[in-house]
Write a protein that binds this ligand. Structure first.
Ligand code: PEP
Ligand code: MN
Length: 337
């Protein structure tokens, strides 16, 4: 971190600032030019708040030269992290597909979808039990009963289950969930991030609707700072000026996140576009961009889905998509799990 001091800053105040920084374990490299006076901070500056420095009367500007995330940073961990979810590996060359309905609606629905997506090659079953809906009048999910139906679908198929948590108080209900999803709307619910970090369970962290990639990685850092390194990042479309689709898939997030971090990155084309037929081309783009997996919404009867029907593929459409994605993932050097 570099601090540019104000011209004519009072020597006494500069000295006091330096002492304070040193007391926080940092060394200081001072460089005094004709018109500039710069302090280079050496050491771990992750806990130094820029806003605190900017509040000092002697500070003109502050620049970070290293990233504020350590545990997620590829620089300190060059190898890809492989996250294992109930026996399925994601990351480090392992490609996995998560599929299932937006929300669990009945035993027949979730079991039927589970069996069909498994037959088509998906390895993890998704289904929302607690649903974050924009309107309080929309279907809110089957809640604890939905979790029970997911467990029964796992029992029937052997597929690990993925479902969203919205609230720290619900964590005890998620004890046997294989992969806990933190949704876009909760990406910066820091108490929830800490709690899922402490749970030690694999976490699927979705990017917020208008979050930068650094904000997403900082949220992963919250989970990892609790000692839980099993984090999968998910790009699910961001808000832009374009309105012909629900969101805009930020495909460049894949190579950039993989450069920034060692964590697996999956793409959710369903929420990105909000249109079922676009699932396939976006999934193919994700594979080509280097994603480690996909999360796709599939419903046995999209026209009557209680949530996100327009973006849900039928089991037959999903099977067609998988027929293309499988060989493409292999072509791009991945092992399909
Ligand atoms: C979901 O996966 O069904 C969901 C609500 O996703 P997001 O948080 O990305 O909107
Ligand atoms: Mn959905």
């Amino acid at each position: 971190m570099i601090i540019i001091l104000k011209q004519n800053a009072e020597q006494r105040a500069i000295k006091a600032l330096c002492e304070e920084l040193k007391s926080q374990g940092l060394s200081i490299h001072e460089s005094v030019g004709e018109a500039t006076h710069i302090l280079g901070l050496i050491g771990d500056t992750t806990s130094i708040a820029e806003s605190w420095l900017r509040a000092s009367p002697v500070v003109e500007d502050v620049r970070r030269v290293s990233e504020p995330y350590k545990k997620a940073n590829r620089k300190f961990h060059p190898e890809d992290t492989v996250v294992t979810v109930g026996g399925t590996r994601i990351g480090g060359g392992n490609f996995a597909v998560i599929a299932g309905p937006c929300s669990v609606e009945s035993k027949a629905q979730i079991t039927q979808v589970a069996e069909s997506v498994q037959a088509a090659g998906a390895s993890l079953l998704r289904g929302g039990a607690f649903k974050p809906r924009t309107s309080p009048y929309s279907f809110q999910g089957m809640r604890a009963e939905g979790l029970e139906l997911l467990r029964e679908a796992r029992q029937a198929t052997g597929m690990p289950i993925v479902t969203e948590i919205m609230n720290t108080e619900h964590l005890p209900l998620f004890g046997d969930v294989d992969l806990i999803q933190v949704g876009a709307r909760n990406m910066q619910n820091f108490e929830l991030l800490k709690a899922v970090g402490q749970s030690g369970k694999p976490v699927l962290l979705k990017r917020g609707l208008s979050a930068t990639l650094e904000e997403l990685v900082m949220s992963a850092e919250y989970i990892m700072a609790e000692g839980n390194e099993q984090v999968i990042l998910c790009e699910r479309g961001i808000r832009t000026f374009e309105n012909s689709m629900r969101n805009t898939l930020d495909i460049s997030a894949v190579p950039m996140l993989k450069k920034m971090t060692h964590l697996p990155v999956v793409i959710d084309p369903s929420h990105a576009a909000g249109i079922a037929w676009m699932g396939e081309p976006l999934a193919q783009a994700a594979v080509a961009a280097g994603a480690d997996g996909l999360m796709i919404e599939v419903h046995n009867d999209p026209a009557h889905a209680k949530c996100d029907g327009a973006q849900s593929l039928t089991p037959d459409q999903f099977a067609v998509l998988m027929g293309k994605i499988g060989p493409e993932a292999v072509f791009f050097g991945k092992t399909l799990n």
